[in-house]
Design a protein around this ligand. Structure first.
Ligand code: G3I
Length: 370
């Protein structure tokens, strides 16, 4: 059996696989490689981008990584640089260097920035998780003030609060527990948004959530809890401009994307912009054959985007990285010594466009203009 490892798929074979995903009609124009996802999205009033990690620029492939972002993106999300763990590794250090580097790359290349994320109860350094309510409350205020004042006017979207829902904690409203909830109760969310609005009135303020997309009990709970929370915030006049729906799609899960799009429309009816913020496809349950796997990943991107882009409030689509080997899914597989390496993204590990690139491109071409 001929080796069909990533390195051996020719451009012709990738195009053939893409054509098999039903993008044949538009192939010539896109296949010429003259267009980018950012350009195709912008033609419909959609901002396209991906999460970006500055440390990737130091890798041997750094120049290819940078060129891919400059070509494909109109916006970057900080994958690590604006997180509390990066900015405040210890109680007495605040390290802006990674964030400054990301901002420098974005601004040098005319790219907008999504700051991810000011307040999140996950991936926190131990010193923060050990704080009592008073200290955590002080940190919330001080952190938002310090970061927003430093980057005022330069960050287009802020994920002000990330993943507020956590049914596993069995708290009222299915809120996720953590030091900031302990400090202010649910009001930690409103407090964060109000402070952010005061300190950077130009930024679009986003409440970002995961696990809402699937057609199963877990996602139904997340959708109900998240929509109820957003309604409470809007009813209280909290300045939430947009919601971020992470959209980490999983090959082993069941989806009803039109039904998900209908729920998105319910969110939009509250006067919110909708951002797809962390789009990728975990292909673990798809066949091992690369061509077949890439085809199914591509089809999942197409089906998802065809559904959600019907909602004109969807103004931003962001992948969670762009090239397979820089994905968190790939890193997790490496850490577990998984032999079959994931292929979740529009580019492969050689920075070549995959069928998913073509189906995302086709979804933007088919989308109604905003
Ligand atoms: O850079 C250090 C390295 O020096 C060290 O040797 C290594 C082992 O400790 O850790 C490295 O940092 C890791 C970092 O990724 C860079 O690879 C952190 O431990 C690890 O926690 C971090 O994981 C990130 C995770 O968020 C937590 O911040 C992932 O890259 C990132 O993709 C993931 O993104 C999240 C979103 O923020 C929220 N939605 C879910 C999404 C996926 O989990």
């Amino acid at each position: 059996m001929r080796d069909v490892s990533p390195r051996s798929l020719t451009r012709r074979e990738i195009l053939a696989a893409s054509a098999a995903c039903g993008v044949a009609a538009a192939l010539p124009a896109i296949a010429a490689g003259k267009e980018s996802l950012g350009e195709l999205a912008a033609a419909k009033g959609i901002t396209y981008g991906a999460s970006f990690a500055g440390h990737e620029l130091d890798a041997p492939y750094g120049a290819s990584y940078a060129a891919m972002y400059k070509r494909e993106c109109r916006i970057l999300t900080s994958e690590l640089e604006f997180k509390l763990a990066t900015l405040r590794p210890t109680a007495d250090v605040i390290d802006f260097a990674p964030a400054d580097r990301l901002m420098a790359f974005a601004e040098a290349n005319g790219l907008a920035v999504r700051g991810h994320t000011l307040i999140w109860h996950d991936a926190l350094p131990d010193w923060i998780n050990r704080l009592g309510p008073g200290e955590a409350g002080y940190l919330l205020d001080a952190h938002i003030e310090t970061v927003l004042e430093r980057y005022a006017g330069r960050v287009k979207h802020w994920d002000v609060v990330n993943e507020p829902i956590g049914p596993w904690d069995k708290l009222p409203g299915n809120l996720r527990t953590g030091v900031f909830l302990a400090a202010f109760g649910e009001d930690y969310i409103a407090r964060s948004f109000r402070l952010a609005r005061k300190l950077d009135p130009k930024a679009r303020l986003v409440l970002n959530e995961a696990q809402t997309e699937a057609d199963d009990e877990n996602s139904r709970t997340f959708r109900e809890s998240f929509l109820a929370l957003v309604r409470r915030l809007k009813d209280a006049g909290v300045p939430v401009d947009a919601v971020g729906l992470e959209s980490h799609l999983v090959s082993s899960r069941r989806y009803d994307f039109p039904r998900f799009a209908a729920w998105i429309a319910d969110l939009a009816a509250l006067g919110l912009e909708i951002h797809i913020t962390e789009l990728d496809v975990d292909d673990a349950a798809f066949p091992s054959n690369i061509r077949e796997r890439d085809k199914r990943v591509a089809a999942m991107y197409r089906d998802f985007l065809d559904a959600v882009l019907q909602v004109k409030a969807v103004t931003t689509v962001v992948d969670w990285q762009l090239a397979d080997h820089t994905s968190w899914i790939y890193g997790a597989a490496l850490a577990k010594n998984v032999k079959r390496l994931p292929r979740p993204l529009p580019y492969d590990s050689e920075f070549r466009r995959k069928p998913a690139w073509y189906t995302i491109a086709e979804a933007f071409r088919a989308a109604p203009a905003r």
